[in-house]
Design a protein around this ligand. Structure first.
Ligand code: GLC
Length: 591
């Protein structure tokens, strides 16, 4: 842009002569390529890329902001909140699927990958959202549903039409074992057999999720090409990356071996199986590497929905040469469902040394909100502040979930007839579905919490009266204020941006403490994960900090520090600078 203006200026001033033209043109090309390189490859002195310093924020578009008052959120609504997101300290938003869809799984059943569902707006609204995002330094990440399409996608409609249809082999079709018998014993995670008989062609098709979500056949190169091209199409439209949905179910054993049946039943009443032959097949890594190659061409980031049960599995998603997902989500962290310093320490230590960049998540649209999972029912606000101060100060990229910043709680349905999420209807009462964590964003104390003038698609919980953006922004002690302060610090403090993570006082079962240090600077975080007051003392000599004391940066109201000792109220938060006493201007408080 700047280079173009220069050329126009030169022209206007008639400075252009035959002699200067080639030199100027060369300069112009140089400027352009340099600025492109800066946009796509910008790394800081530590080699960190933009997404390593960014704070991500998941938006469930049905529930964020409703611009046309039809009870369902939309893209214009999100666009209108870009300033809010920027002020909060969000750098990138991951929007759950907003593509055309019959909405059986609320968008995770895509019927056209290269368009916007009319319920959410148009492609023009999308472009407007990207532009407004740029104005506010908020990048857009889309949700790419790679494992399956909707049964209403044109590919599947063609595929099911005849055994010789051009798209037949884009999905997984097989004969049954005998009359009324599916090809094998694979179970859909959403209930029942994973095979559905289709009378048109007398074969079964495979669906890991709902029957309305047939699995794509990634062994077919045409599928691979179409999907890679889809990502290219969105990158050209200004998307900065994708969250890849359900990556571990992309491939299945071609020989269709039965899975081993384990003890017990799942929440849908089906037998548990080991899923050896339809989950986490190694072929998926080859595809992830190809998706990464395309992402790299666009300077984009890939986040993965990577449910893993051990660190070795998580490590694999980074790729053998760091050539798969830059950001596989660490869900093992969400598995620590209680305030347990020893368990958090163990978990962080594993991920911190895994070789890839850690990605921390505490809530999303598939799991009960962190406010309820960690809350004890009495001190939920204090605990919500503590959890925010915790994962936003770790080494790694955090992905927030909308509403977490105001302490939004789950609003679970009380009766089966109120349930919208199909797995809640089929699994009731063992499985009540995911409606509770997907309710409308609470903006203010107005009607429907300021989300919409019309009754929203899911009910707002009564707590919106106290837990909303407008009210909490005025309260310096709110969950919202804690999130804002910590996010602001995270963006400016070098030790938090670049520093190592070192666990401190590892025997302490109540207080989770750690140091983030970088080139002689350090931030110490101490979090009281217990309901009683705590006093903790630190010895940092072994870490190169001999004559130092703590200076508070962000703390809860009753928490203080003296020298290298911190006094914490129940669930108190202390984030402080480790100050060198030998520096001029520092008040010495040796003891
Ligand atoms: C992922 C999504 C979930 C969806 C499922 C099927 O797990 O996060 O919401 O139901 O994939 O697409």
């Amino acid at each position: 842009m700047k280079a173009l203006k220069l050329l126009v200026f030169v022209r206007r001033k008639n400075l252009m002569s035959k002699r200067f033209f080639p030199i100027l043109s060369l300069l112009l090309v140089l400027c352009c390529s340099l600025s492109f390189a800066a946009q796509t490859k910008s790394v800081d002195a530590e080699g960190h890329q933009w997404w390593q310093h960014a704070v991500f924020y998941e938006i469930y578009p049905r529930s964020y902001a409703d611009s046309n008052n039809d009870g369902v959120g939309d893209l214009k609504g999100i666009t209108s909140r870009m300033a809010y997101l920027h002020d909060l300290g969000v750098d990138a938003i991951w929007i759950s699927p907003c593509f055309p869809s019959p909405q059986v799984d609320f968008g995770y059943d895509v019927s056209d990958y290269e368009n916007i569902d009319p319920m959410y707006g148009t492609l023009a609204d999308f472009d407007q959202m990207v532009a407004e995002g740029k104005n506010h330094h908020v990048s857009i990440i889309l949700d790419f549903v790679v494992n399956h399409t909707s049964d209403q996608h044109a590919w599947f409609l063609d595929s099911r039409s005849s055994r010789t249809a051009p798209h037949r082999d884009w999905y997984i079709w097989r004969d049954g074992k005998g009359p009324g018998q599916p090809p094998n014993n694979w179970i859909s995670t959403f209930g029942g057999s994973a095979w559905k008989f289709d009378p048109t062609t007398n074969q079964y098709y495979y669906h890991y999720f709902y029957a309305a979500q047939p699995d794509l056949n990634w062994r077919n190169p045409a599928v691979e090409k179409a999907m890679l091209d889809t990502t290219r199409w969105w990158y050209k439209r200004g998307v900065s990356g994708f969250r890849l949905d359900a990556v571990d179910t992309m491939f299945e054993d071609s020989a269709l071996h039965d899975n081993r049946v384990l003890e017990g039943k799942n929440s849908q009443g089906d037998p548990n199986t080991d899923e050896k032959y339809n989950k986490k097949l190694p072929e998926m890594h080859v595809v992830l590497q190809k998706l990464r190659t395309v992402a790299d061409e666009a300077g984009a980031v890939l986040i993965g929905e990577t449910w893993t049960s051990n660190i070795d599995e998580l490590k694999e998603y980074y790729g053998p040469n760091g050539n798969e997902l830059q950001m596989p989500m660490d869900f093992m962290f969400t598995g620590v469902n209680k305030l347990s310093p020893p368990e958090f320490r163990r978990q962080i230590a594993q991920v911190d040394t895994a070789g890839g960049w850690p990605v921390f998540v505490i809530s999303n649209h598939d799991i009960v909100r962190s406010y309820n999972r960690y809350g004890d029912g009495k001190n939920n606000d204090a605990i919500a502040k503590l959890m925010g101060a915790f994962y936003l100060t770790l080494r790694g990229t955090p992905i927030m979930y909308y509403g977490e910043e105001i302490g939004m709680e789950n609003n679970d349905p009380k009766r089966k007839e109120d349930v919208k999420d199909p797995i809640g209807r089929t699994g009731w009462p063992q499985e009540i579905g995911r409606d509770g964590e997907r309710t409308p964003m609470q903006w203010n104390t107005g009607v429907n919490a300021g989300f919409s003038k019309k009754e929203p698609w899911l009910p707002v919980p009564p707590s919106y009266k106290t837990h909303n953006v407008a009210t909490e922004s005025k309260d310096p002690n709110s969950v919202f204020s804690m999130y804002k302060k910590v996010l602001a610090l995270r963006h400016t403090n070098e030790a938090l941006l670049e520093g190592n993570y070192t666990a401190l006082n590892e025997d302490d079962a109540n207080v989770m403490s750690y140091l983030r240090s970088y080139k002689g600077k350090a931030v110490l975080v101490a979090l009281n994960m217990s309901s009683s007051p705590q006093k903790v003392k630190f010895d940092l000599t072994g870490l190169g900090f001999r004559f130092h004391q703590l200076a508070p940066l962000v703390t809860t109201s009753q928490t203080s520090a003296k020298g290298l000792e911190v006094t914490l109220e129940p669930f108190g938060v202390f984030i402080g600078d480790v100050k060198n006493l030998d520096l001029p201007g520092v008040v010495v408080d040796r003891y």
